[in-house]
Write a protein that binds this ligand. Structure first.
Ligand code: COA
Ligand code: NAP
Length: 273
């Protein structure tokens, strides 16, 4: 068997697919001939992405604007995608929110906001899509983060949320595996030019310090993460489920390291100054 990278005739749904890493994933599936559906809060971003997906080769592309915190809207949006495109072969759940903040300084609502988007959003998306997943054969990919297994100061909310996301991956790989549905997580490293990277390493110096720490010596690109998603959703990965796959140039083999403290130091010095 060889990897064809051909997703013609497949239906791929990417939630949070209108910018950054997730949009890169959606574009990669579109370029491989799939039918695409994308969603995020902003109708403008959805429209822009749908037009781009058609341009790069999607067999069909549609979108909807909804907030993953609202389970009814998520369910309605996914029902609409199913009516338009049929059973889902691939579901990518990647909507997320992040900001650096020390636990003692952030409000309870700030903590809850990230839990609601990243963790509750994931279960809303997966449960909303459940009736429409192809059986057997569907591939679910949750977009996680290194915070799932590495503690970083200033990231208690994200660490808690993404650890939960990966435990959903592991649990549902068993519960839904018996129906022929595979569930995996992909953990991007620091991906150049993205909103997440800008928020966590806001200065060129911080970015360069991080890059130097990557054993492979370069930032990740959205295509690196997209390639992992194409592989995980292909027949080549038909026995891979319940795994958390890091696409990070081996950065996180070094643990939280300097970066684990960097944001805390930055936030404390901002408080003093
Ligand atoms: N530091 C501390 N608290 C913050 C904060 C920050 N930088 N940014 C927001 N908050 C708090 C707010 O003060 C509010 O709490 P409060 O009601 O007690 O004041 C709470 O978080 C919710 O903020 P709000 O702006 O109402 O949320 P929102 O739903 O409009 O937006 C965010 C969600 C905050 C996550 C926003 O940054 C977002 O939309 N992010 C999406 C893009 C993104 O984060 N990309 C990177 C992905 S890794
Ligand atoms: P991004 O460009 O901000 O992408 C986030 C996407 O989610 C956007 O399409 C956004 O669109 C959507 N979204 C946010 N909140 C939403 C909500 N409440 N409901 C519905 N959609 C929502 O961020 P990114 O940096 O590329 O990150 C993408 C994913 O990779 C995230 O899961 C993140 O945790 C993970 N990750 C990123 C990095 C990195 O280096 N960037 C590293 C590790 C992990 P709208 O604004 O229109 O809603």
């Amino acid at each position: 068997m060889s990897f064809s990278g051909d997703f013609s005739g497949k239906t791929v749904v990417v939630i949070g697919g209108t910018s950054g890493i997730n949009r890169g994933i959606a574009e990669a599936f579109a370029a491989s001939g799939a039918k695409l559906a994308v969603a995020s809060r902003s109708q403008e971003k959805v429209d822009d992405t749908v037009a781009a997906l058609k341009k790069v080769g999607a067999a069909e592309a549609i979108g909807a604007a909804f907030d993953v915190r609202d389970s009814d809207s998520v369910a309605a949006g996914l029902k609409h995608f199913h009516e338009a495109l049929g059973d889902f072969d691939v579901l990518v759940s990647g909507a997320a929110g992040n900001f650096p903040a020390l636990a003692a300084e952030m409000s309870v609502n700030a903590f809850k906001t990230v839990i609601d988007i990243d963790l509750m959003g994931t279960i809303h998306v997966l449960k909303g899509a459940y009736p429409y997943l192809k059986r057997p054969g569907a591939s679910i990919i949750n977009i996680s983060a290194p915070q799932s297994y590495l503690p970083y100061e200033g990231q208690a909310h994200v660490c808690a949320a993404k650890a939960g996301v990966d435990q959903i991956t592991r649990t549902l790989s068993m519960e839904w595996g018996v129906e022929g549905i595979r569930v995996n997580s992909v953990v991007p490293g620091f991906i150049e030019g993205t909103e997440g990277a800008k928020r966590l390493a806001p200065t060129p110096d911080a970015g360069e310090a991080l890059r130097k720490d990557v054993p492979l010596g370069r930032w990740g690109q959205p295509q690196d993460v997209a390639n992992a998603c194409l592989f995980l959703s292909s027949d080549m990965a038909s026995y891979i489920s319940g795994t958390v796959l890091a696409v990070d140039g081996a950065l996180y083999q070094r643990g939280s390291g300097k970066f684990g403290q960097m944001m805390g130091q930055m936030l404390r010095s901002m408080k003093k100054g």
